[in-house]
Design a protein around this ligand. Structure first.
Ligand SMILES: Cc1cc2nc3c(=O)[nH]c(=O)nc-3n(C[C@H](O)[C@H](O)[C@H](O)COP(=O)(O)OP(=O)(O)OC[C@H]3O[C@@H](n4cnc5c(N)ncnc54)[C@H](O)[C@@H]3O)c2cc1C
Length: 503
């Protein structure tokens, strides 16, 4: 008698290179794909608004692909364990398979689910579908987790290459009777406001979109990646992050896609394996390694001395940052790109994060939370790494005393202003010379461009030069070298002079 398997789908919303699906098919019996909506089981980090939008469309695409294989997606609401047990009863399944997730609360939940299902006498097996290397399999010579990227990635690259991706099944055996499913709309994942229109224009969630994006990147952008990856004004990166987060493509598929391209072009192995692009996939792995070994880091600094840091608490500044109305064009462009498309270029993420943490002295956790709710690629491991890196309090982080100057960063990485003009159209007529520093532009240039600070574009919320000094003093204070010399950051807004032309 052929045994039925429940395939519990989570952040692995694809059919190709899907180890849990392949294992379920191998059992030879019917396979029942199920998605369980149980955001409360994600601990403090249930999916944010942009992630929910993506999830809705990704599940739609997956269901369509499943129908083409003679199958379908069964949708239920959690709790996960109870729901799986009910589905086991309804289908007579003898095993439940899933691919692993790595968020601390979810790992805990999964452990409990697995133990309970095994106690019920069922097969309950999990697989790795999201990472090249399991976080617990990589350790330094002292048997400890890595905290510096370069030796971490060198260590990973010395390991055997990841196995070839698994093919998608051609057909999925259906159960004699399908269990009932909720309609996807009943989960109410899509926002009620029209806020998501920009997301729909920018993205095609699902496996087909992921594969198309990888193909486009490899054929048109990979060669120039090293030169273009820091330029928000060109499409120089892969834009694979949401697809990787939702598991619509696997890092193994990316690895082998790159390997095939290299072999077609007769590139030496060290050239593509040592490429900057693959190193970014390595940063993704590193982020998961860190989250697994330091599960408190989504809310607490990895470097304990930063717990003493006195942050500013200024709701008006936070709001200005969130809305893209700080008066610093590259920061505002980035925050508006995020709001409209659910994504922001990596260089600009670093600039806006540095600005929040070092110019406004607002807690990095506030920035991480805003990103969490607005990014379509919001990922607990990568978001935590990005924010702790920017705040200087994480592993292999940018030193706190390196404070990005938002004006010169804009001039360097958006040299013709195309990016700022796209997202801050009110500045569009300013010449390249003043575009990134409207507060310093001569009155005649501002008049000619139709820009009036305080009316159609904000005055800078801070003087960067002054804010930088304040940040360095606050930092010195936690280092203990300038205790007592630094004014409380809480009074910073009162003291803050207007921006100067050097900002
Ligand atoms: C403050 C801050 C917050 C961030 N939050 C997230 C997040 O929630 N989710 C997320 O996926 N990325 C996050 N990143 C990392 C990075 O900005 C994005 O992964 C990248 O911009 C995605 O664009 P891409 O797919 O075109 O990247 P590419 O340059 O084409 O890189 C390929 C893949 O490598 C991974 N990657 C690239 N850069 C990094 C990096 N610095 N750290 C970790 N992985 C990386 C991503 O999965 C990416 O899709 C954050 C960075 C910062 C500074």
């Amino acid at each position: 008698m052929k045994q039925t398997t429940l395939l519990w789908l989570r952040l692995d919303l694809r059919l190709a290179d899907h180890p849990a699906l392949a294992a379920a098919v191998k059992r030879g019996g019917p396979v029942v794909p199920v998605f369980i909506w149980s955001p409360e089981e994600d601990g403090d980090w249930p999916p944010g608004g942009a992630s929910m939008w993506w999830l809705h469309h990704s599940l739609t695409a997956l269901d369509k692909s499943l129908w083409q294989l003679g199958s379908r997606l069964v949708i239920r609401c959690g709790p996960a364990l109870e729901t799986l047990r009910v589905l086991v009863q309804e289908t007579g399944a003898t095993a439940v398979f899933w691919n692993r997730r790595y968020e601390p609360a979810v790992m805990e939940r999964d452990r409990e689910v697995q133990e309970a299902l095994v106690r019920d006498g069922l097969g309950a097996e999990s697989f790795n579908a999201a990472l090249l290397h399991e976080p617990w399999m990589i350790q330094n010579q002292r048997g400890k987790p890595f905290q510096v990227f370069t030796p971490y990635w060198k260590h990973c690259l010395a390991k055997p290459a990841p196995a070839e991706p698994l093919p998608a099944p051609k057909i999925l055996p259906a159960p004699p009777r399908w269990p009932k499913s909720l309609a996807l709309g009943e989960l109410e994942l899509e926002p009620k406001l029209h806020w998501a229109d920009g997301l729909g224009a920018a993205w095609q969630p699902g496996e087909a979109g992921a594969t198309a994006n990888l193909g486009r990147f490899l054929t048109t952008a990979f060669d120039d990646y090293t030169d273009h990856r820091n330029r928000p004004d060109v499409v120089g990166t892969s834009r694979l992050s949401p697809y990787l987060h939702f598991g619509e493509i696997s890092p193994r598929q990316v690895w082998h896609g790159l390997r095939r391209l290299a072999s077609k072009r007769c590139l030496p192995v060290e050239q593509w394996r040592g490429s900057q692009f693959l190193a970014e996939i390595g940063w993704r792995e590193f982020a998961h390694h860190l989250l697994f070994h330091f599960p408190h880091t989504p809310t607490e600094p990895l470097r304990a001395d930063f717990k003493k840091f006195v942050w500013n608490q200024d709701a008006a500044w936070l709001h200005a940052w969130q809305q893209g109305r700080t008066g610093f064009p590259i920061v505002d462009a980035g925050m508006r790109e995020l709001w409209t498309t659910g994504w922001m270029h990596n260089r600009v993420r670093m600039i806006v994060a540095s600005f929040l943490v070092k110019d406004l002295l607002l807690p990095w956790q506030e920035g991480a939370r805003w990103f969490w709710n607005t990014l379509v690629d919001a990922d607990l491991a990568q978001n935590t790494l990005g924010w702790q890196w920017s705040a200087g309090c994480g592993a292999d982080a940018a030193p706190y005393f390196r404070v990005f100057n938002p004006t010169s960063q804009g001039e360097k990485f958006d040299p013709h202003g195309d990016y700022v003009r796209k997202w801050c159209p009110e500045l569009g007529k300013l010449s390249d010379k003043w575009l990134h520093r409207p507060h310093a532009a001569p009155a005649a240039s501002m008049r000619a461009a139709g820009v009036e600070l305080g009316h159609n574009y904000p005055h800078p919320v801070v003087s960067h030069a002054f804010a930088r000094e304040m940040a360095l003093e606050s930092y010195a204070r936690i280092k203990g070298s300038a205790a007592g010399n630094c004014p409380s950051t809480l009074s910073m807004r009162v003291m803050m002079p207007r921006a100067s032309p050097s900002d």
